[in-house]
Every structure is written in structure tokens, then in C-alpha cells.
Design a binder for this molecule. Structure first.
Ligand SMILES: Cc1cc2nc3c(=O)[nH]c(=O)nc-3n(C[C@H](O)[C@H](O)[C@H](O)COP(=O)(O)OP(=O)(O)OC[C@H]3O[C@@H](n4cnc5c(N)ncnc54)[C@H](O)[C@@H]3O)c2cc1C
Length: 570
């Protein structure tokens, strides 16, 4: 059973972030609370009634390749059609090309609901949405006219083609070759691996956004160009006129996300459209990757939400052991046991913080895009690796705790909990592993946005003063955490050797995510009297925030901790 958490989402939109006021204060007219309410109701129903029931099919019937055709779970066709017909793929696409033109914060909550309901299917629109944004920004008008309306409507799908056997985290090592024919057409030769939704027949065409190297281009990421390579070649009116020379060599057999076909694709002199300028592909692809990184953060959040809902439901119904608070009750619901309550409260508070982090990031992207505010642009790119890394790591942690709450039933396929764990695990790996995100955060992001880190701590300090009046003990805990991360931040920024920073990167990112969590939770205490929200905030500040002190202190141990002092270990 899955219930769309509409009230939780509305609380963040309306009470915590007061998004309507923020959009209005900047004269941006795309935010409308009535539209949001309507969307949440409609997508909530779609997710609960049509998409969630197919989630198990996506696990039990892995996508497979037969006679060069990809076979999908049958139920995926109707579900995909409903998502496309609802307009949910092109929800944030430019209205000029058939999108709905709604803010990314709307897209973010729609993606959460669809992903909770069926992660392997919802990965498909996520890839297309990233492509839509990349084409809007970097493609020329002719290309936009052919491709964008079909992508926005879901008639065609999009994929992202970076990875090759020797080029995973190190994208600059890619070898796929591009060349320009005498007639000016571009052609692609090479092999891409692990391509999500790389081949299927949910849509009539599949457009691959692909990185390749032109002859005599500089080595590394400076010599990479971006191309659009469709499975079927369209004419200028979007009619499909010929099959392109792309072969699906195989589909991966995976730990999870079985319903999503992960393809090895071979390009043999395939016709391609150059997107943006030659050798400037990496920058253009970053548009898609940044969008997708927030999307993957939302995937992590979506599985935390689902795992938490299922654990609470189970804990209310499963009876075991005596209730220590009521000795007359000889067998009680396990939700009355301290250890189970600790797990459930941990899950619920991590889910709350993950959602707030995703919405905060989406909001910064929306406002910075509409106003061209460079500070907010930097804030958005500062928050993106934190959201990607924290929400996906917590997704796996919360799924793990959900298995624990289910006891033996958590290990039995019938409950569906192990599917959540298997499905969510890859989110810490793809779209740049969480290790790479942490390095990006302490390297590039702290490098040019250290001021944003300090301003977030300053904001927390202000909240701390207000909280002191009503919750003096909590205010002390926030203060201790803030001082510990402030010290770590000063240390990080002073390090000239990047490897000293990188050695503490994962811990520092986690600590900073917890500080952002403290910010959201303290704002919650200042915003609402809702007992459930207040109690959850108190739990987080008392039980989870103290890990910030430990992570902060680990983050400053420096590289010797892992090199000179650990040389004989391996
Ligand atoms: C199910 C699935 C779907 C995917 N979908 C797509 C897709 O649609 N399109 C696409 O292009 N790719 C896709 N990928 C590929 C994915 O993005 C890569 O697997 C990922 O980027 C990691 O690359 P790799 O597997 O080569 O690991 P490696 O790069 O070999 O990394 C192995 C380990 O070493 C670490 N590491 C590597 N380099 C460094 C470094 N410099 N410093 C510190 N640590 C480092 C990594 O963090 C990781 O822990 C998908 C993968 C999977 C499993």
C-alpha cells in the first residue's frame, strides 16, 4: 500500500518554504497554489491507483532482449501512457514547445510521487526531462522544433549516453568517435554501456544525448562534443523516415530496477545532430546531469517515503512481546517497543529532511533561472551534490531500517521491502557516485561558494536564538553542531592540498546535510504547532543532529589518516 504524502508536501511548500510568497516577491507568475493542489491530487491518485500496483511487475519481470526487441512488463505500457497523457513528462518544459511551463518545484513533487509508486518506470521520464532542459538551453531552433514537442508529450523518450567501459567516473576518458561528413552531417561510431531505458517500445522513438570526440579534438573533457542521436531518423516535420544504425547489444541483469532496460548500445556510422558547439559538450551535458542529479536525489527520497510508510503500517499490525509501558497487555503491536520506535522515528525524520533538501534545491534553481540571480545560481549548484548524495544514501539506509522493522518478513520477497532496498541502491552510484559528489562539494563548490556555507550557518544561528526561548536544550544541541561544522569548514577552506579535503569529503558532506536538516527542523519548530511535526523535529535535533559533531571531526583528519597512517593495511 502506498499513500501519496500530499499533506507533507503541502506543509513544505506552504508553511516551511512559503513558496508562494517567494515567487510573488520576485514577480514570477508561474507558481499557483491552486494548480499545485490540483496536480498533487491528480498525480497522487495516478500514483496510488495505477502506478504503484505495477511496481512488483517491474521487479518480477525484468526487461529482456528477444529477437532484437526489448520486452518489458506488460503493465508498463498503460502506466507510461497515463504519465505522458497527464503532461507530467513535459511539466517544466517551455510552453513554446508543448511543455506545461510549470516550476521545477512542481516537477520535483510529481517525480517524487511517481518514483515512490514505481522507481524503474519513473526513471524513464526523468531521463527525458533532463534531455528537454539540455536541448532548450543548448540546441538550435531547428533541432528544438523537431525534437522538443515530441519529447514533452512523451511520444519520444530521451536517454543520457556518457558511460563507456573505460570511462565511468572519468568521463574524459571516453573514446566514442564523431566525424563530420562532406555533406555536413555528423556520424557516430562507438559503444556506450549502462544506458538507462536505452531501448524499448514505450515510445515511437528514443533520442540519445551522447558525448563523443571529434577528430583532432583536445584530450580529456575539453575535447568532448554533445550529439543527439535518435533511434529513428526524423525529417524536419518530425516524421520518422529511417532506422538509425544503433544496435542494442545486450541488457544488463541487475540487482534491482529490473523493469528498467539498462542497455549496451553500439553506434555504427549513426546519424547525429550536434548540440551546442564542437568541443563544448561537457558544459552542455552538465545541464542534463545537474537536472538529473536532483532527479536522482528525489529517487532516494521517494524510496525513503515508501519504505517508511510500509514499516509504520507493518509495525502497527505485527504483534510481538509485552508492552513495557502497559504490563497488562501481554502481546502488543511492535510499534510500542522502544527499538522499533527509534527506527521508525529515524526513518521519518530522514525522509522529512530529504524532502526539504530536494525542494530547497529545486526552489533555488527555479528562482535563479527566472531572475538570473548569480548568488542563487551558486546556491543551487552548492546544494545539488548534497541533495544527490544525502538523499540517496538515506534512501538505502531507510530501506535497510524498514527491512529491520519487518523482521523476517523484511527478508521475504512477498512484502516488497527487499525490492525497495535493491531498487534504491543504485541511486548512490549513478549520476556521479556519491564519492564523486562529495569531492565536487568540498573541491569545486566550497572553492567558489564558501560564502554560501557560512551564510547557511549564520541563518541557523539566528534560528537558534529564537528556539532558545522555548526549547533551551535543543538550542544548545544546535549550537554544538554549528560550532563543530564551522571549525571543519574553516579547516576545509584552508587546505591547499585537494587530497586533504577529499579525504574528509564524505563526512563533511554528511555533516553539512545534517546542518541543513537542523535548519529545516528549527524552522519547523518556529512555524507550526502541529504536534507530529514538532515531535519529529525534536527527535531529529536530539537523536540525529549529534552525528554532525562526529562527522565534522572525522572530516578534518587529513589525507595521512588514509595514506601514510594506513599504508600497511592493504
Ligand atoms: C543501473 C545503472 C544505470 C545507469 N544508467 C546510466 C545512464 O543512463 N547513462 C550513463 O551514461 N551511465 C549510466 N550508468 C553508469 C553510471 O553512471 C556509472 O556506473 C557511474 O558513473 C560509475 O562509473 P563506474 O561504474 O565506471 O565506476 P568507477 O568510475 O570505476 O568507480 C568505482 C569506484 O571508484 C570510485 N572512484 C572512481 N574515480 C574516483 C576518483 N577520481 N576519486 C575517488 N573515487 C573514485 C567511485 O566513487 C566508485 O566508488 C548507469 C549505471 C547503472 C549501474
Amino acid at each position: 500500500m502506498y499513500r501519496a504524502p500530499i499533506n507533507e508536501i503541502k506543509f513544505l511548500f506552504k508553511d516551511l518554504f512559503k513558496m508562494n510568497d517567494i515567487f510573488n516577491s520576485k514577480d514570477i507568475n508561474t507558481f499557483d497554489e491552486d494548480i499545485l493542489d490540483g496536480i498533487l491530487e491528480e498525480v497522487g491518485k495516478l500514483s496510488e491507483n495505477l502506478i504503484f500496483p505495477i511496481n512488483k511487475d517491474g521487479d518480477k519481470y525484468p526487461a529482456s532482449l528477444k529477437d532484437r526487441e526489448v520486452i518489458l512488463p506488460k503493465s508498463f505500457y498503460n502506466a507510461y501512457k497515463s504519465i505522458a497523457e497527464g503532461g507530467w513528462i513535459g511539466i517544466s518544459g517551455d510552453t513554446k514547445y508543448g511543455g506545461l511551463g510549470l516550476p521545477l518545484v512542481f516537477n520535483t513533487c510529481v517525480n517524487e510521487l511517481l518514483s515512490s509508486a514505481c522507481l524503474s518506470l519513473a526513471l524513464n521520464p526523468l531521463m527525458t526531462q533532463g534531455q528537454i532542459e539540455a536541448l532548450e538551453i543548448h540546441a538550435n531552433e531547428d533541432i528544438k522544433k523537431i525534437f522538443l514537442p515530441k519529447l514533452n508529450s512523451g511520444e519520444w523518450c530521451g536517454t543520457m549516453n556518457l558511460t563507456e567501459p573505460q570511462a565511468g567516473s572519468d568521463v574524459g576518458a571516453l573514446r566514442t568517435a564523431a566525424k563530420k561528413d562532406t555533406d555536413g552531417d555528423y556520424k557516430i561510431d562507438g559503444q556506450k554501456i549502462y544506458i538507462s531505458w536505452g531501448d524499448h517500445s514505450l515510445s515511437s522513438n528514443i533520442c540519445h544525448l551522447l558525448l563523443a570526440r571529434l577528430p583532432n579534438s583536445p584530450t580529456g573533457t575539453k575535447g568532448i562534443s554533445l550529439f543527439l542521436v535518435p533511434k529513428y531518423i526524423p525529417d524536419n516535420d518530425g516524421n520518422l523516415i529511417a532506422r538509425n544504425t544503433i544496435n542494442t547489444l545486450s541488457l544488463e541483469q541487475k540487482m534491482g530496477l529490473h523493469g528498467s532496460p539498462t542497455a549496451v548500445l553500439e553506434y555504427k556510422n549513426a546519424k547525429a545532430w550536434l548540440i551546442g558547439e564542437e568541443n563544448k559538450g561537457m558544459k552542455a551535458m552538465f545541464t542534463m546531469m545537474n537536472n538529473a542529479r536532483l532527479g536522482v536525489a528525489v529517487q532516494g527520497l521517494s524510496q525513503s517515503e515508501l519504505a517508511t510508510q510500509m514499516a509504520i503500517e507493518f509495525a502497527k499490525n505485527r504483534r510481538q512481546g509485552r508492552n513495557l509501558n502497559n504490563p497488562n497487555e501481554l502481546t502488543t503491536s511492535i510499534i510500542n517497543h522502544a527499538d522499533v520506535r527509534r527506527n521508525l522515528l529515524t526513518m521519518k525524520s530522514l525522509t522529512f529532511v530529504s524532502r526539504a533538501l530536494c525542494f530547497d534545491t529545486a526552489l533555488a534553481i527555479d528562482i535563479s533561472k527566472a531572475t538570473n540571480d548569480t548568488l542563487l545560481k551558486r546556491k543551487a549548484s552548492f546544494l545539488t551534490p548534497i541533495a544527490k548524495s544525502f538523499c540517496t544514501e538515506m534512501g538505502a539506509k531507510v530501506a535497510d531500517l524498514s527491512i529491520q522493522v519487518h523482521g523476517g518478513m523484511g527478508y521475504i520477497e512477498e512484502t516488497g521491502i527487499s525490492q525497495i532496498y535493491r531498487d534504491v541502491r543504485v541511486t548512490s552510484i549513478y549520476e556521479g557516485t556519491n564519492g564523486i559528489q562529495a569531492m565536487d562539494f568540498v573541491g569545486r563548490k566550497l572553492g567558489y561558494s564558501g560564502d554560501i556555507a557560512y551564510s547557511i550557518l549564520h541563518e541557523l544561528e539566528k534560528n537558534e536564538d529564537f528556539i532558545k526561548l522555548k526549547y533551551p536544550e535543543l538550542s544548545k544541541k544546535i549550537n554544538t553542531a554549528r560550532i563543530s561544522i564551522n571549525k571543519a569548514l574553516d579547516w576545509m577552506i584552508k587546505q591547499n592540498d585537494l587530497n586533504d579535503r577529499y579525504s574528509g569529503a564524505a563526512s563533511f558532506l554528511r555533516a553539512f546535510a545534517l546542518i541543513l536538516g537542523a535548519n529545516y527542523m528549527s524552522k519547523t519548530l518556529l512555524t507550526t504547532n502541529d504536534k507530529d511535526k514538532v515531535e519529529l523535529a525534536q527527535f531529529f535535533l536530539n537523536n540525529i543532529l549529534p552525528f554532525c559533531n562526529i562527522e565534522s571531526s572525522i572530516s578534518t583528519l587529513g589525507k595521512n589518516n588514509l595514506y601514510e597512517n594506513a599504508n600497511s593495511v592493504f
